[in-house]
Design a protein around this ligand. Structure first.
Ligand code: FNR
Length: 182
């Protein structure tokens, strides 16, 4: 495949809706894209004292981001912001100063929640961080997905009611990744 997408899920929960959404999105990607899930569950808590001696999982995350042509964030909303585990990962791979892995990587932001506003505020907070990290981030379309029965079918694909919407969002993101890498 021509383009590698690093997928980062902002939830560590085993049965995470966001993980399911990410897996369904990956299945909808055309053949010129490959997707790799970047783990964030084994990163230590960020401590600036370790900048000169980053833990192996941190180095792995940075290598995965460096090798990607785009980064897809699929995140839960916790208390109207991004989960701490996601911020921890963002902070780790932004360091040491001047050696951030994130800069210039085209980002997509999507998420699903059980709340009525479907991660809108988490996404907004995430956009703020990504802007500082110098990640060009797809502005439109936005996708705020509400976890309801039927969102996923029995095979874990996006259910019929949301399939066109999710595929449409993904197509726009991937087209834009192509352009950003041209
Ligand atoms: C939540 N949840 C939640 N939902 C939401 O829409 N807005 C919010 O601010 C919060 N806040 C929040 C805080 C904490 C600590 C938890 C554990 C949960 C509910 C959340 O949407 C729900 O747990 C989802 O299932 C989380 O996503 P995953 O883990 O299914 O991907």
């Amino acid at each position: 495949s021509q383009f590698r997408i690093a997928v980062i899920v902002g939830s560590l929960r085993k049965d995470s809706f966001n993980k399911k959404l990410a897996q369904a999105l990956v299945r909808l990607m055309p053949a010129e894209f490959s997707a790799e899930f970047s783990r964030i569950d084994d990163l230590p808590l960020y401590n600036q004292d370790d900048d000169a001696n980053q833990a192996e999982p941190v180095k792995r995350l940075k290598r995965e981001i460096a090798a990607a042509q785009g980064v897809l964030f699929v995140t839960a909303e916790y208390n109207r912001s991004i989960p701490g585990v996601l911020k921890n990962a963002l902070d780790h791979a932004s360091r040491p100063y001047g050696q951030s892995a994130w800069a210039g990587k085209p980002a997509g932001v999507i998420g699903v929640s059980v709340g009525a506003i479907g991660t809108a505020l988490a996404q907004q907070h995430l956009r703020n961080v990504l802007a500082y990290l110098d990640m060009p981030t797809l502005g439109q379309p936005e996708a705020f997905i509400h976890a309801k029965d039927g969102l996923f079918d029995a095979d874990g694909n996006i259910g019929a009611g949301s399939r066109d919407f999710v595929q449409g969002w993904l197509n726009r993101y991937l087209d834009w990744v192509r352009k950003q890498n041209a």
